[in-house]
Ligand binder design. Structure first.
Ligand code: KIV
Length: 275
């Protein structure tokens, strides 16, 4: 008897084939319940290492561990059925060597069941990407602003706003594409550069703060739902859930204090006694 679901999950090759076609919709999720909702609308769910900042209140993504990514990746896989789930490789889990990257990526794929990993870096990561892809690990690359490098770049600043700075970023995008990445996230770059990168590589570009010139878009779910206190300029808030949650919790607290909750409908009645 087959134990396979009758819903086919999108794969890395499916996303790779979307170059220049219908825009790819990608959104982060770190939990089963939000993954189930995102799954209805998105092609790719990213378990981003932004979970360090969003879920854990960290200042940067640097302290995020492989175990944190695997735990949340597993939750997202349980909640979703159709979208390709991509799990971020956190800082320190892949940069030391190709072998280290493979061991970390293999843990992510085996322990979560996800369909691909994402890692940051262009030219400098090309050999690693090639090594992973040759060994059965689909890789989404990430160039432009790479938040894991915050301690060397100094701030989360948009990239390529000066045409003189375009060369290395274009070389990064070409290098990861030639190394076998099935797609590349382009973060926080000026619109003309995003257009140029999208034209320069045969794989889909997925933009975050990189304009509609890309082949798809990604946002952090909590940012677009209005739950994050501070968001970058490129975020559009599609919801404002913060005040709704605030009101619901305030109402709950008031009703507990006034003993209005729980009401009779929320308590278990006694069994009828036999006479
Ligand atoms: O960690 C993350 O959420 C990301 C997106 C910003 C692309 O890498």
């Amino acid at each position: 008897m087959s134990v396979q679901s009758d819903i086919r999950r999108l794969t890395a090759p499916d996303i790779r084939a979307r170059k220049g076609g219908e825009p790819i919709v990608m959104l982060t999720s770190y939990h089963a319940h939000t993954a189930a909702i995102a799954d209805k609308h998105c092609d790719v769910i990213l378990v981003g290492d932004s979970l360090g900042m969003v879920m854990h209140g960290l200042e940067t993504t640097v302290p995020v561990t492989l175990d944190m990514m695997i735990l949340q990746g597993l939750a997202v896989m349980r909640g979703s059925r159709r979208a390709l789930v991509v799990v971020d490789m956190p800082f320190g889990s892949y940069e030391a060597s190709k072998e280290q990257a493979f061991m970390s990526a293999a843990r992510v794929l085996k322990e979560t069941g996800c369909g691909a990993v994402k890692l940051e870096g262009g030219k400098r990561m090309a050999d690693t990407i090639r090594f992973l892809v040759e060994r059965g690990v689909p890789v989404m690359a990430h160039v432009g602003l790479t938040p894991q490098s915050i301690n060397t770049i100094g701030s989360f600043r948009a990239q390529g706003r000066d045409e003189a700075d375009w060369g290395p970023i274009e070389q990064d995008a070409i290098a990861v594409s030639q190394a076998g990445a099935f797609s590349v996230v382009i973060e926080a770059v000026a619109e003309p550069l995003a257009r140029r990168l999208t034209g320069a590589v045969p794989i889909p570009t997925v933009g975050i703060g990189a304009s509609s010139a890309c082949d798809g878009q990604v946002l952090v779910m909590e940012d677009m739902l209005g739950l994050s206190p501070r968001v970058p300029k490129f975020v559009k808030r599609y919801g404002d859930l913060g005040p709704g949650i605030d009101k619901a919790i305030a109402d709950y607290a008031a009703e507990v204090r006034s003993r209005a909750f729980p009401g009779p409908q929320h308590v278990y009645p006694m069994k009828a006694t036999k006479t």
